[in-house]
Every structure is written in C-alpha cells, then in structure tokens.
Design a protein around this ligand. Structure first.
Ligand SMILES: NC(=O)c1ccc[n+]([C@@H]2O[C@H](COP(=O)([O-])OP(=O)(O)OC[C@H]3O[C@@H](n4cnc5c(N)ncnc54)[C@H](O)[C@@H]3O)[C@@H](O)[C@H]2O)c1
Ligand SMILES: O=C(O)C[C@H](O)C(=O)O
Length: 308
C-alpha cells in the first residue's frame, strides 16, 4: 500500500506520522511545494522508526509528482489554515486553486487512486475535485466527520465524566462552525442513550462545543489543529488499505440521499478497498433533517463561489 500526502505542514506531517505508527502502509510519500520541507519532515519522521517500531518507508519530495506514481491513496492537505477569528469558508480564494492543481497532478500519476480531501473549506474542496476530475465518485472522499465525531465523543465523555472508550456518537453535515449536525439522540454510553446521564441543557452545550471545536483550537493555537485531524485521516486510510468496511461520516457526493443532491456533505459511509463502499441512510428526526438541510444550503452557498 502506497500513500501520498500532499502538504507536509502541520496536518500532512501528523497524518504521515500516524499512518507510519499504525504500520499498515509500505510507503508514504510526503510532497510539498516548499523546497526541502517535505524531505526534512520525512527524514525526521524516519528517525522515529526505530523508536516507534514501524517499517513504513517515508520519503519527502519537493513538488515532484513522478515520485507519487501508483499511489493507492492520496491525501490532500495542501493549502492555508485559518487564523483565529476566521471561518473555514474564507480560505476558498487561495485553497481552491491549490486543490485543483494538486488533484490533477496526483491523478495524472496515479489514475487508480482514491483521494481524501482535507484542505478547507473541505466540503467545497471535495466538490471541486468531483467537478474538475474524472475520478468515479466512490474514490473522492472528504475528511471532516471523523474528526468532528472524535471531538463530539471527547465532549460527551467530559460531560458524562466517563472514559471516552465508553462513548459512541457521530457528527454528520457540513464541516463548518454552524453546519455540523451532532446526532445527540443517537449517542450512547455502552448502548444507553447519553440523555439518561445528562440534562438536555448540558447535551445542548456539548453540541455547541462540538460545532466550534475547530475554532476553539484555532483560538488557543493561533492556527488550526493537527493531531486529531492527522489521526482521523490515518484511520480512514487504514480502513481503505485494510478493507475494514468501517463506518465513518465522510463528505461525499450525494444524489438524492438524505433528500440532498449535487453537493458533498458529511454522511455515514462504509470505507473499504474501493473507497466509499456504500452510503448508509439513517432515519433522522425532523429537527435533524431540518438542520441537515440548512447545513446543505450553507455548503451550496460556498460551492457557488467556485469558478468552475
Ligand atoms: N478537514 C479537516 O478536518 C481539516 C483539519 C485540519 C486542517 N484542515 C485544513 O488543512 C489545510 C492544511 O492545514 P495545516 O495546518 O497543515 O497548514 P500548514 O500551513 O501547516 O501546511 C500546509 C502545507 O501546504 C503546503 N502547500 C501549499 N501549497 C501547496 C501546493 N500547491 N503543493 C504542495 N504543497 C503546498 C505548504 O507549503 C504547507 O507546508 C488547511 O486548509 C486547513 O484548514 C482541515
Ligand atoms: O478548524 C479549522 O479551521 C481546521 C479544521 O477544519 C478543524 O476542524 O480542526
């Protein structure tokens, strides 16, 4: 299994590190436009191999796509992150051009690859890859829901004063401060609904904290987060590489599912060797469906800014 990660910055390097530590890929190629940067990150990471006990070979290249040839999975993290006070949508002006060029160069060298889009605004960047390449829709996947769900579980565990391993929950919808739809009614602690343990008001607070999870970290860090994003991507790559058929909320092109079409937005999917093996339709309450439709409107508004 060969994986390429474009962008050797905070998220790209974290992603390469987690993939290597999980030890399922034979090779990870890190590519960046900044001269020598990916080479340096790759060398530093390789010097952790004997300490962390992995055999994955990580190489770094400066904009040389020939080295990415025949990648099974390509992850796009290239682009600018937001600063405190900004929204993800404000990044579209710079990131759309980067994602368009990068995805076309990747596909030229790996026509059978599966692409995972991370750069923000992620749902719109995923849609852009659909619109500007000829990859089949099962092979273009946006990462947002896996991360947002991890943050949701963290917040639920905090509220319930429970270990995170006891908690299950999922966030669907757009990967934006207002667009996320944390499925509070479906969340459980060891199969018991979380509403049995905390008040409605506390659960509402968990929901709000989850939705602004990225903004909260951006305010603390001065730039956006990287550990959980890298870990989330690595879990998705592993599910594909190892054909795990695991369920993750991912941003995928919808054609009528959840009553939505012609946009990419987070819904539960099964990930395996073919990328998106299946979109999982679940019954939403009226309030959740309404929130999902509002979220879709927001994503479509951002999509309309694309020059395609
Ligand atoms: N979807 C998510 O859940 C999620 C999570 C975290 C971050 N992000 C997004 O991921 C992106 C990267 O964030 P980061 O913190 O790693 O930023 P960063 O600035 O640390 O790294 C970005 C890297 O991309 C490189 N780059 C820029 N243009 C390039 C090009 N044309 N080709 C190759 N490399 C190029 C830069 O040189 C830089 O090293 C941002 O857009 C951020 O908003 C998304
Ligand atoms: O918050 C951001 O801008 C980065 C990313 O989308 C995140 O959720 O951490």
């Amino acid at each position: 299994m060969k994986v390429t990660v474009v962008g050797a910055g905070a998220v790209g390097a974290s992603c390469a590190e987690y993939i290597a530590i999980k030890n399922f890929a034979s090779e990870v190629v890190l590519l960046d436009i900044k001269e020598g940067f990916a080479e340096g990150k790759a060398m530093d990471l390789m010097q952790t191999a004997s300490l962390n006990g992995f055999d994955t070979k990580i190489t770094g290249v400066t904009n040389d796509y020939s080295k990415t040839a025949d990648s099974d999975v390509c992850v796009i993290t290239s682009g600018i992150p937001r600063k405190p006070g900004m929204t993800r949508e404000e990044l579209i002006g710079i990131n759309a051009g980067i994602v368009k060029t990068v995805s076309s160069s990747l596909i030229e060298n790996s026509p059978n690859t599966i692409i995972i889009v991370v750069s923000n605004p992620m749902d719109t960047m995923t849609y852009l890859v659909h619109k500007t390449t000829s990859l089949p829709k099962n092979r273009i996947i946006g990462m947002g829901g896996a991360l947002d769900s991890a943050r949701f579980k963290y917040r639920l565990a905090e509220a319930l004063e429970a270990p995170i391993s006891d908690i299950d929950g999922m966030v669907i919808g757009g990967h934006s401060d207002t667009g996320m739809v944390p499925l509070t009614a479906h969340a459980t602690r060891n199969s018991i609904k979380v509403s049995e343990f905390i008040s409605e008001a506390r659960l509402e607070q968990v929901k709000e904290d989850t939705k602004v999870g990225g903004a909260t970290l951006t305010k603390l860090l001065g730039t956006s987060a990287w550990y959980a994003p890298g870990a989330a991507v690595s879990s998705m790559v592993q599910a594909i590489a190892c054909d795990q058929k695991k369920m993750f909320p991912c941003s995928v092109l919808l054609d009528g599912e959840f009553g939505l079409k012609d946009l990419c937005i987070g819904v539960p999917v099964i990930l395996g060797r073919n990328g998106i093996e299946k979109i999982v339709s679940i019954k939403l309450s009226d309030a959740e469906q309404k929130h999902m439709e509002q979220s879709a409107e927001g994503v479509k508004k951002t999509n309309a800014l694309l020059e395609i």
